[in-house]
Design a protein around this ligand. Structure first.
Ligand code: BG6
Length: 480
């Protein structure tokens, strides 16, 4: 008898991580220094000055971690490659030890029938390229990125079927050039911000085309941090502010991936402001060609937002983010003359003031399906929380189970409504370093014994959510 489930056959139940946040081994086996290795050493940049020097030591414990994934029954594991392990200087000589490390990870996954999903760039950039030409600020980086991507395609192309060119281009550029919270730590540099984004788009597009030229038959796309928006109410100026927000904050990226062109009204607005990027005719052709080749839209979904018209003298764009876990310490964000993002009175929030909105995940899927008609990979979704390990080494994270279950129910509805969803990856598998929030903001199914200070055992413990997700996978989501 054939089992008919809501989630399609071969659905990839997964979980995700990123190199800098789990590996550690920051100077090991020839790895070069990255922009993050440098940035975290600037006083005041991260919560309690935490670094990824040791992280959760996945570099030495990957076998133990992947065995836990196998025990759980994971179908896919999404991880990122650290560019500086492959090319310590960003370009030039390949480091064989770096190639070997990820080969080992991939083989270990395949040994258990876990599909490796590789993120080529999850924010850690060889510092040598920053020193040489300013990293993403120079168009020189496009060629270096494509060369690095091709090295990965060549090394792992026969084993890896899922490739993500960039993780959250919108976030690392916004925090890098607008709010100064990520490297290179620039504040309100909108002109550079849009030019940097154009370079990233070109790097993405050329890597996608290179993958096809090399005969790649797997699936390739980018992962976008999608924060869908709701208008505060039916007041027309609030509804228009939602429209403006979407063009500037969502479609600006997704339209380029999916259509190979920038949204018109947003581009006109930026031209008037003097912030529009330089885009050549050739660039346009390449973006269009790559758009025709992508196989999915990758979505990292954590929360939705509300849009309200923002008068010229209203809130400024760069309020303070909550990086401490003290509820209510985040400020309202916006762009004067366009929109602001007040809190949603219908939704609860996490300890870091992120709204909890399962329906928002369905909204993302429906919007992508209707606007782009592309398959979807949910490449991240999860709850950051303060977890406590009991005396008898249990972690009762029922709040995480609730969060994931409600999101999965909405994802199931989206699928029933016609969205083609290939995979769902939770953030994250083990606890790991939250870039700005230290180790106390935990996301994993597997608890790692470590604090902001080094010295704890780094031992792994399965949380209650581990057993819950194990059962979800076993029953293909029928028990949600
Ligand atoms: C995404 C990133 O922005 O969200 C992850 O891709 C990140 O790397 C995750 O850790 C959660 O964000 P945060 O700030 O809570 O760690």
């Amino acid at each position: 008898e054939m089992k008919v489930t809501k989630f399609p056959e071969g659905f990839l139940w997964g979980s995700a991580s990123a190199a800098y946040q789990i590996e550690g081994g920051w100077r090991e086996d020839g790895k070069g220094i990255t922009n993050w290795d440098q940035f975290v050493r600037i006083p005041g940049k991260t919560y309690k000055a935490t670094t990824g020097d040791v992280a959760v030591d996945h570099y030495h414990r990957y076998k133990e971690d992947i065995a836990l994934m196998a025990e759980m029954g994971l179908k896919t594991y999404r991880f990122s490659v650290s560019w500086a392990r492959i090319y310590p200087e960003g370009r030039g000589e390949v480091n064989p030890k770096g190639i070997e490390f990820y080969e080992n990870i991939i083989d270990e996954c395949l040994k258990y029938g876990i599909e490796p999903m590789v993120t080529i760039y999850h924010w850690d950039l060889p510092q040598a390229l920053v020193d040489l030409y300013g990293g993403w600020e120079s168009e020189e980086i496009i060629e270096d990125y494509v060369n690095y991507a091709k090295t990965l395609f060549k090394a792992y192309g026969s084993k890896v079927k899922y490739w993500i060119t960039f993780n959250e281009q919108n976030i690392f550029t916004s925090l890098g050039w607008l709010t100064a919270q990520h490297p290179p730590g620039k504040f309100d540099d909108q002109k550079t911000f849009y030019q940097v984004n154009h370079h990233v788009f070109m790097a993405h597009a050329k890597a996608v085309l290179a993958y096809r030229e090399m005969g790649g038959t797997g699936k390739i796309g980018a992962s976008f941090a999608y924060t869908p928006s709701y208008a505060l109410d039916c007041k027309p100026e609030n509804v228009m502010s939602k429209h403006d927000y979407d063009e500037l904050k969502n479609f600006w990226w997704m339209d380029v991936y999916a259509y190979g062109r920038y949204p018109k009204a947003a581009m006109n607005y930026l031209r008037k402001k003097g912030f529009a990027p330089v885009v050549t005719k050739d660039d346009q052709k390449i973006l269009k060609a790559a758009a025709a080749e992508i196989d999915f839209m990758g979505v990292n979904y954590y929360q939705s937002c509300v849009c309200e018209y923002n008068p010229m003298d209203g809130v400024t764009p760069y309020g303070t983010m909550n990086t401490t876990g003290v509820k209510g310490s985040a400020q309202v964000l916006g762009v004067p003359g366009i929109y602001k993002n007040p809190a949603n009175p219908y939704l609860m929030t996490t300890d870091w003031d992120w709204s909890i909105d399962p329906v928002g995940l369905r909204y993302c899927c429906r919007e992508i399906t209707s606007r782009y008609d592309l398959p979807i990979i949910i490449s991240e979704n999860g709850l950051g929380a303060f977890d406590k390990k009991t005396e008898d080494n249990k972690i009762h994270d029922e709040y995480r189970i609730d969060y994931l279950r409600e999101h999965l129910k909405e994802l199931g509805k989206a699928i029933e409504e016609g969205c083609e969803v290939l995979a769902y990856c939770t953030w994250s598998f083990t606890d790991l370093l939250s870039w700005l929030n230290g180790y106390q903001k935990r996301y994993g199914f597997v608890y790692v014994d470590r604090e902001e200070e080094e010295g704890a055992t780094l031992d792994r413990y399965k949380k209650d959510s581990f057993y819950w997700y194990q059962d979800v996978i076993k029953q293909d989501g029928e028990n949600l």
